[in-house]
Design a binder for this molecule. Structure first.
Ligand code: PMP
Length: 404
C-alpha cells in the first residue's frame, strides 16, 4: 500500500497555499508536479556538470553525455524497446508526432488513407491533417459512442489495403478512456498499416511494453510523469526510423556535410538536430526512476480508488453529468453541471485553492460530439487524497449554489 503522506512530502509545491487555501492540485492530466528527487537532479546538472554533449573532449562534456545516454537507456528499459537508439529524445509528444507526420510525407501518396480516432488531442490530429494536405492522402475518423469508447466495429469497416497509418491515443486526455490499442495495432498490421500510439496520458498511469504491443511508434511527454516540461520521447521501430527522413537539419544529425551533399548520422542522432534539452533528458530518466520506485501497479490501484470515490461523490450532486464513462478508464473526470459554464465553476474552485482544468482540453472534436463548449476536468495523481476529493466535491457544491 502506498504511504501517501510520505509521498506528498516529496512534492514541495503541495505545501503551498493558493488564494489563502491549501493547494488542491487536480490538473495532473495537464502536467504533473515534480518531486524533490527530480528537482535535485536538475539543480545538480546546472550546478555541477552543465556542458554540451557528444562533441566535447573535456570532463564536464563527458559527464553530461554519459548521464544523458544513461537516461536514454532508462527510457529504453522502461518501455522495453529492443535498442536504445530506437528512443529519440524530443521536446514532447507534440514534437514526436510532428516528426513522424513530417517523415511520412515521403512515404505516403495521394489517395492513401490514414485513420485517426475521434478522441484525439489536437496534437494527434493537426500534424496528420497537414500531412494529408501536403500529400493528398485522406483522413478518416474512427467514431466513438456516448460512453466515450471507440466504435471498433466501424474501425473494422474503415480498415482496407488503402490504410497506410493509424494513430490513436492510448488514453484520452479529455475522457480518461483507455483505448484497446492491442486490437487496434493487430488489426492495422493485418492490412499493412503502421500505427502511432500517443501515450502522453498513459505514461503516468501504466507501464507500456512496446515490443509486446508490436507498436510502430509510441510517444510521451516527461512533464506528465513527474519530469520537466519541454522534454519527451519518441519510440520508433528501427526499420521505420530508418525509412523516415530526418525532421530537422542542423548540427548533431549529420555524418558529413559539404555544400554539394550531406549524409545523415545514424540513429538516434539523425532525429536529434541541435543542442537538446540535456538537463531535461537526464531529469526524465530520474522521473522514471522515481515513479518506478513507487511502483506503477500500486499507483494504478490507488488512483482507481480515488477515481471510484470521486465519481461516486460527484454523481451525488444534482445536475452533474460526467463525460467519459468507459468501463476501462483512468483517473480523469470530465463533468458539467446543467445550466453552468465550466469556466465559472473552474474560477470559483480556483478561489478555493482547487486547480482543475476547464475548456475543450485541446480536444474540440470531443466537445462537438457531446455538443458542449467544454467541461470541468479533475484529474488525479498518486499523490492526491480522498480528503482532496471531499474538498473538490464541497467546492463544486459551493460553486453550484453561487452560480445557479
Ligand atoms: N496528447 C495527449 C493525449 C495529451 O494529453 C497531450 C498533453 N495535454 C499531448 C498529446 C501534448 O503533449 P505536449 O504538450 O507535452 O507535447
Amino acid at each position: 500500500m502506498l504511504d501517501i503522506k510520505k509521498i506528498r512530502e516529496d512534492f514541495p509545491i503541495l505545501k503551498r497555499q493558493v488564494n489563502g487555501k491549501p493547494l488542491v492540485y487536480l490538473d495532473n492530466a495537464a502536467t504533473s508536479q515534480t518531486p524533490q528527487q527530480v528537482i535535485d537532479v536538475i539543480v545538480d546538472y546546472y550546478q555541477n556538470y552543465n556542458a554540451n554533449i557528444h562533441r566535447g573532449v573535456h570532463t564536464l562534456s563527458q559527464e553530461a553525455t554519459d548521464k544523458y545516454e544513461q537516461a536514454r537507456i532508462k527510457i529504453q528499459k522502461h518501455f522495453n524497446a529492443a535498442k536504445s537508439y530506437e528512443i529519440i529524445f524530443t521536446s514532447g509528444t507534440t514534437h514526436s508526432i510532428n516528426l513522424v507526420a513530417n517523415g511520412f510525407s515521403a512515404l505516403i501518396k495521394k489517395g492513401d488513407e490514414v485513420l485517426v480516432s475521434a478522441m484525439e488531442h489536437h496534437s494527434n490530429i493537426v500534424p496528420w491533417q497537414m500531412l494529408c494536405e501536403r500529400t493528398g492522402a485522406i483522413l478518416k475518423v474512427i467514431p466513438m459512442n456516448q460512453e466515450g469508447e471507440l466504435r471498433m466495429d466501424v474501425y473494422d469497416e474503415l480498415l482496407s489495403d488503402k490504410t497506410k497509418l493509424v494513430f490513436c491515443n492510448h488514453i484520452s486526455n479529455a475522457l480518461g478512456t483507455i483505448n484497446p490499442i492491442e486490437e487496434i495495432i493487430e488489426k492495422a498490421h493485418k492490412v499493412g498499416a503502421a500505427v502511432l500510439i500517443d501515450g502522453a496520458q498513459a505514461a503516468p498511469h501504466l507501464v507500456t511494453d512496446v515490443q509486446a504491443l508490436d507498436v510502430d511508434f509510441y510517444t510521451c511527454s516527461a512533464h506528465k510523469i513527474c519530469g520537466p516540461t519541454g522534454e519527451g520521447m519518441l519510440y520508433g521501430k528501427e526499420e521505420w526510423l530508418n525509412k523516415l527522413p530526418p525532421y530537422q537539419g542542423g548540427g548533431e544529425m549529420i555524418a558529413e556535410v559539404t555544400f554539394e551533399k550531406t549524409t545523415y548520422a545514424d540513429l538516434p542522432h539523425k532525429f536529434e538536430a541541435g543542442t537538446p534539452n540535456i538537463c531535461g533528458g537526464i531529469a526524465f530518466g530520474a522521473a522514471l526512476d522515481y515513479m518506478n520506485a513507487i511502483g506503477f501497479d500500486e499507483i494504478a490501484k490507488y488512483e482507481h480508488e480515488l477515481l471510484d470515490y470521486a465519481t461516486q461523490e460527484l454523481l451525488k450532486i444534482d445536475g452533474l453529468k460526467i463525460y467519459g464513462t468507459a468501463k476501462n478508464k483512468t483517473s480523469v473526470i470530465s463533468f458539467n453541471i446543467e445550466g453552468i459554464h465550466p469556466y465559472d465553476i473552474g474560477s470559483i474552485l480556483d478561489k478555493l485553492g482547487i486547480a482543475v482544468r476547464t475548456g475543450h482540453h485541446c480536444a474540440q472534436p470531443i466537445m462537438d460530439f457531446f455538443k458542449i463548449p467544454g467541461t470541468v476536468r479533475a484529474s488525479f495523481a498518486f499523490y492526491n487524497t480522498k480528503e482532496e476529493v471531499d474538498i473538490l466535491v464541497a467546492g463544486v457544491l459551493k460553486a453550484k449554489s453561487m452560480l445557479l
